[in-house]
Design a protein around this ligand. Structure first.
Ligand SMILES: [Zn+2]
Length: 59
């Protein structure tokens, strides 16, 4: 069987986030919390392990 490998484009929301400690751009989200005025995301750098918090406003 000859199956063509389908590479699915990963739907990663790339916000242009850069780790300020090591400059790495790879994060994984620890948790997402909804608030009245937006969303708070806790992310952890894959390279150095520093946690950062981002806030996203909901319109
Ligand atoms: Zn880092």
């Amino acid at each position: 069987m000859n199956q063509t490998a389908i590479s699915k484009p990963t739907a990663t929301p790339h916000v242009g986030l850069v780790c300020r400690y090591c400059g790495c751009r790879h994060f994984h989200t620890v948790y997402t919390r909804r608030r009245n005025d937006g969303i708070i995301r806790r992310k952890r750098c894959r390279n150095c392990g520093q946690a950062i918090t981002t806030r996203e406003k909901m319109v």
